[in-house]
Design a protein around this ligand. Structure first.
Ligand code: HEC
Length: 106
């Protein structure tokens, strides 16, 4: 009987932990989207985890001097081969991930 409860608890925990990640909400219950999580999920395919990959003509984000507002524009509307994320991410997520890309700058 005890064993079953433990197994159930483990299944519950492992399923439950997937959901907050999708919405980008941190485990602490804040509603602030996690820019790094969004980047890891949506952007690394072209930009790489550290921003330098440059696939599909992507800019090296460690060398970019583009200001925040323009980054938000590019992420929302796309540019050349970059996917527009305006319909995929919320404005809050776009702002959070744009701010995260600024931290990649060397
Ligand atoms: C399909 C590949 C692809 C994906 C996915 C992608 N990008 Fe890009 N990104 C590009 C390309 C290509 C450019 C260069 C556009 C140009 O020619 O100016 C770019 C440019 C940028 C720039 C502007 C850099 C500069 O200084 O001009 C930012 C910021 C950026 N991407 C952030 C992101 C973020 C954040 C994500 C995820 C939400 C993302 N990108 C996903 C391909 C991609």
């Amino acid at each position: 009987m005890d064993k079953r409860i433990v197994i159930f608890a483990l299944i519950y925990i492992s399923c439950g932990s997937d959901q907050p990640k999708r919405s980008g909400a941190a485990a602490g219950g804040t509603l602030q989207p996690d820019g790094m999580a969004v980047f890891r999920q949506r952007c690394v395919v072209c930009h790489g985890a550290d921003g330098t990959l440059g696939l599909n003509g992507a800019k090296d984000l460690t060398q970019s001097a583009t200001p925040l507002e323009e980054r938000i524009q590019i992420i929302t509307n796309g540019k050349k081969l970059m996917t527009p994320f305006g319909t995929i991410l919320s404005p809050e997520e776009i702002k959070a991930v744009a701010e995260y890309t600024l931290t990649l700058k060397k």
